[in-house]
Design a protein around this ligand. Structure first.
Ligand SMILES: Cc1ncc(COP(=O)(O)O)c(C=O)c1O
Length: 421
C-alpha cells in the first residue's frame, strides 16, 4: 500500500502530510506506515510540561515520556535556563582533557549512587553506556560471557543490542548466542545454571524490565541475583535508564529493592530532555582500568561539557527531597485511582506498580496495543510494552500534579470502556 493510501482514511492536514512524506521518503518508511496503519499518525509539534501537541493541534498528555526522558517534563524551565546559561560559556568541550562540568557531575553521581559506585564514564546514549559496562566487566573479570534477561532491553548498539533485543540482533547478524546468554525473568535457578561454569563476566538487568511491561520482581529476586553473582564472582550491572532518577520512589531502583550493583547505568532523563547523555557508574574495582588505560574508552560527544552542565541540574531536581515526597504522594493517588478503575472494569486485569513505574495488564493478548490506540483520540499518549503487548507502560512524570493525574485516569477509564465494550 502506498503512503497516500495508508493516510487516506485519516484526517491529516497538508502540513503534516508533508512531514510524513519527508520521513517516509528519507528516514523511516516502515515506521511511518506502521503508525499510520495503527491510526496514530502522530507528528509532535509544540511541547511543554507533561503535554505535547500534534502538528494538527491535537493535545496529548504525555504518559510515555519517551521512557523517562521527560521525567521532569518537556522543556522544564530550570533545565532550559541551565542550557541557556551553559551555552554562554561552554560547548561540547574536548574529550581528551579534564573539564570542570564533567568533574562536577561525576562527583555528584558518586555521592548519589549507592555503596562503592565511584567512577563515571559518560557516553552519548544509554546503549553506549551499556557497551562500556560490558567491556569494563569483561576486563575486570577476564571473562567474556554476559547473562541478561529475556525480558530486557539495553539499547541498539553492538554489545547492548546483543545483550537485549534478540530479534534485531539476529536480523542484523549481530547476535552472539554463545557469549550473550538469556535467562527468563524471575528464574534464579536459570541464573545459577548459567553462572556455575564461572565463565560469566556480568549479569545485566533492568531492575524492572520496561519493554516487558514492568513486571515487579518478587522481594527475594534481586537480592538472590546479587548473592549468586557474589558466589560465582560475577559482576552485577543495573541498567537504570528507565527505572532510575526517582521513578520508583528512591533515586535508584537498586535502593528501592535493597541491592548494590557493581555498575549502574543511567541515561534518558539524565539530560533533562534537552541534551543527550548516558553514564556508566563503575565501582572502584571495576573502574581500575581508568588508572591504566586513559584512552580505553573515548567518545567525542560522551560527556559533552554542555550536556554535563544540564545533567547536573536535572540530577539535582530528581534527587531533591521535595521531589521524593511528591512522588510518594502521587504514587499513592495513582494506586488508588487505578484500583478504582480496575474494580469497575475487569478488562484492566493487572496493575504492576513500584512508585511511578507502572505496567497495566489487559485481558487480551494485544490489550496494551489496543489501549495505546484507544487512548490517542482521548488526548493521551502511552506506549504498549513491545515485548508483551498485553501490557501498557504508564509513565507519570515526577512533577505531575493531582489534577493532571485525575485527567489522565479519566481518559484511561474512557479508553478501557471503549476497548472492552
Ligand atoms: C532500559 C534501557 N536501557 C538502555 C536503553 C538505550 O538507551 P538509548 O536509546 O539512549 O541508547 C533504553 C532505551 O530505551 C532503555 O529503555
Amino acid at each position: 500500500m502506498s503512503l497516500a493510501e495508508t493516510l487516506a482514511p485519516l484526517d491529516v492536514s497538508p502540513e503534516k502530510r508533508e512531514v510524513l512524506t519527508l520521513n517516509h521518503t528519507y528516514l523511516m518508511p516502515n515506521r511511518v506506515e506502521a503508525w499510520a496503519g495503527a491510526g496514530v499518525p502522530l507528528v509532535i509539534g509544540r511541547r511543554e510540561g507533561y503535554r505535547f501537541w500534534d502538528l494538527d493541534g491535537h493535545e496529548l498528555q504525555d504518559l510515555h515520556l519517551n521512557g523517562g526522558t521527560y521525567n521532569l517534563g518537556h522543556r522544564h524551565p530550570e533545565i532550559v535556563a541551565a542550557l541557556r546559561e551553559g551555552v554562554e560559556t561552554l560547548d561540547v568541550g574536548n574529550h581528551h582533557f579534564p573539564s570542570e562540568a564533567r568533574g562536577r557531575l561525576a562527583e555528584r553521581l558518586a555521592a548519589l549512587t549507592p555503596g562503592d559506585l565511584h567512577y563515571s564514564v559518560f557516553t552519548p546514549s544509554g546503549s553506549e553506556a551499556n557497551d562500556v559496562a560490558i567491556k569494563s566487566a569483561r576486563h575486570a573479570t577476564g571473562r567474556r560471557k554476559i547473562v541478561s534477561l529475556e525480558a530486557g532491553y539495553h539499547g541498539a548498539s553492538g554489545l547492548s543490542g546483543a545483550a537485549g533485543d534478540d530479534a534485531n540482533a539476529v536480523y542484523f547478524r549481530s547476535a552472539f548466542p554463545d557469549e550473550f546468554l538469556k535467562v527468563p525473568f524471575g528464574d534464579l535457578d536459570a541464573v545459577e545454571k548459567a553462572l556455575s561454569g564461572r565463565e560469566v563476566a556480568a549479569v545485566l538487568i533492568e531492575p524492572v524490565p520496561a519493554t516487558f511491561g514492568f513486571p515487579i520482581p518478587e522481594d527475594d529476586y534481586l537480592p538472590g541475583l546479587r548473592a549468586l553473582c557474589d558466589r560465582y564472582e560475577t559482576l552485577l550491572i543495573a541498567d537504570e535508564v528507565q527505572t532510575g532518577l526517582g521513578r520508583t520512589g528512591r533515586l535508584w531502583a537498586v535502593e528501592t529493592f535493597g541491592i548494590q550493583p557493581d555498575i549502574l547505568i543511567s541515561g534518558k532523563g539524565l539530560g533533562g530532555g534537552l541534551y543527550p547523555i548516558g553514564v556508566a557508574v563503575l565501582s572502584r574495582r571495576v573502574g581500575e582500568w581508568l588508572h591504566e588505560r586513559g584512552w580505553g574508552y573515548v567518545s567525542t560527544f560522551g560527556g559533552s561539557e554542555l550536556g554535563c552542565f544540564v545533567a547536573l541540574r536535572a540530577l539535582e531536581l530528581c534527587a531533591a527531597e521535595a521531589t521524593a515526597r511528591h512522588v510518594a504522594e502521587l504514587s499513592t493517588a495513582l494506586a488508588d485511582g487505578l484500583a478504582d478503575i480496575r474494580s469497575r472494569h475487569p478488562f484492566l486485569c493487572e496493575v504492576r506498580q513500584k512508585g511511578l513505574v507502572v505496567g497495566l495488564g489487559f485481558d487480551d493478548p494485544n490489550g496494551g496495543l489496543m489501549m495505546s490506540a484507544a487512548l490517542y483520540p482521548t488526548g493521551l499518549w502511552a506506549m504498549f510494552a513491545g515485548f508483551d503487548r498485553r501490557y501498557l507502560q504508564w509513565k507519570t512524570g515526577l512533577l505531575a500534579d493531582r489534577a493532571y493525574l485525575d485527567e489522565a485516569l479519566g481518559k484511561l477509564e474512557t479508553a478501557v470502556k471503549r476497548v472492552a465494550g
